[in-house]
Design a protein around this ligand. Structure first.
Ligand code: FES
Length: 90
């Protein structure tokens, strides 16, 4: 994923914005990333990825997701389809 790719697809929040938020606001818990343009508050697909970015940052690493944007979006589509059909999204 590149910096301008969207991590939260519902609210179009880029990885760059999330990383800047982490560095600026130093959130104690990953859920505080929702204060960054409502990331994670829609379908919640991106929540595990927000948690990953937060843990990387807490560990002193440069936060970044190692997933191709196309694959990421396709997996979210499946997740949403599973939720809509009453499945568990897996
Ligand atoms: S992709 Fe982030 S809430 Fe849906």
């Amino acid at each position: 994923m590149q910096p301008d790719d969207h991590v939260c697809l519902c609210y179009r929040v880029s990885q760059r914005k999330l990383v800047a938020y982490l560095k600026r606001e130093c959130p104690r818990v990953a859920s505080q990333l929702s204060d960054c343009l409502d990331a994670g508050t829609g379908c919640q697909w991106c929540v595990p990825f927000l948690e990953e970015l937060h843990s990387q940052w807490k560990a002193g690493e440069e936060p970044g997701l190692d997933v191709a944007p196309g694959e990421y979006a396709a997996r979210r589509t499946q997740y949403r389809r599973g939720k809509r059909d009453g499945g568990d999204g897996s």
